[in-house]
Design a protein around this ligand. Structure first.
Ligand code: PRT
Ligand code: ZN
Length: 210
């Protein structure tokens, strides 16, 4: 049977836990920071190390068969992939937040306002659901400083501890979407025997943790 390829984050918040999960599944591989692909010695799998933003698209196109990535990144990409297994790490919430002294109190107060985010697709869908029309400003990083610079009235960004919001004088005011790391697979892979074996091992690892 042909080896499967799994894409995981090369560096960043999900890298270490993704590597650890695969190692805990008994997979024997070298984790060289410099190589972008590595093969597993004792399992028919190759591991690709990518930017997380590229993972959903690679899996959709079948360049990788599987991927480990945050649900927020999958939704934002709108890639057509199968959700195989929630992994219980990388938990966070995409939230709307406003400056502490802001008059914005209700979702409808966002009408006509400028909202800075790195997640324009998810935010647009959310606002459409509540029939709110706002000016979505795409910012790729440090979204939290934009209200203080007069660039936006609100932000929509990932929050885990809430410390970053607080230190930038912002308060969370609505949850847009929860997220955690998830194993995704390309469409049509569902009955693959290698995948079935990998998922069984992942389930045992997750159970042992409970
Ligand atoms: O380089 P690459 O593109 O691969 O990585 P990246 O920089 O885009 O992503 P990375 O590594 O920062 O995050 C990867 C994934 O981790 C995200 O897509 C989320 O699914 C998940 N995750 C979990 C988080 C956080 N927690 C998190 N706290 N992603 C980002 N943050 C940031 C957030 O953007 C904000 O700036 O941390 C700050 C807030 O943290 P708190 O603890 O102060 O609330
Ligand atoms: Zn990224």
């Amino acid at each position: 049977m042909k080896n499967l390829k799994i894409a995981i984050q090369k560096s960043g918040r999900l890298n270490e836990k993704s590597v650890q999960l695969l190692k805990n599944c008994g997979l024997d591989f070298e984790n060289y920071k410099s190589s972008l692909i590595t093969s597993v010695a004792n399992f028919p799998l190759e591991i690709l190390f990518l930017r997380d933003d590229d993972i959903p698209g690679y899996v959709e196109q079948g360049i990788a068969d599987l991927g480990i990535v945050g649900e927020n990144v999958i939704d934002e990409s709108e890639a057509q992939v199968s959700y195989v297994k929630r992994l219980g790490f990388g938990k966070c919430t995409l939230k709307l937040a406003v400056p502490k002294d802001s008059k914005i109190e209700d979702l409808k107060d966002l009408n006509g306002k400028a909202i800075a985010t790195s997640y324009p697709v998810i935010l647009k869908n959310f606002l459409d659901e509540y029939q709110i029309t706002a000016d979505i400003r795409l910012i790729s990083g440090s979204v939290e400083i934009s209200p203080g610079l007069g660039l936006s009235d609100a932000i929509c960004d990932i929050v885990s501890t809430g410390g970053t919001l607080k230190s930038n004088g912002l308060k969370p005011f609505a949850d847009v979407r929860r997220s955690e790391a998830i194993l995704i697979g390309r469409k049509g892979l569902e009955d693959n025997l290698i995948l079935t074996e990998l998922v069984q091992r992942i389930e045992s690892v997750l159970l042992a943790k409970e």
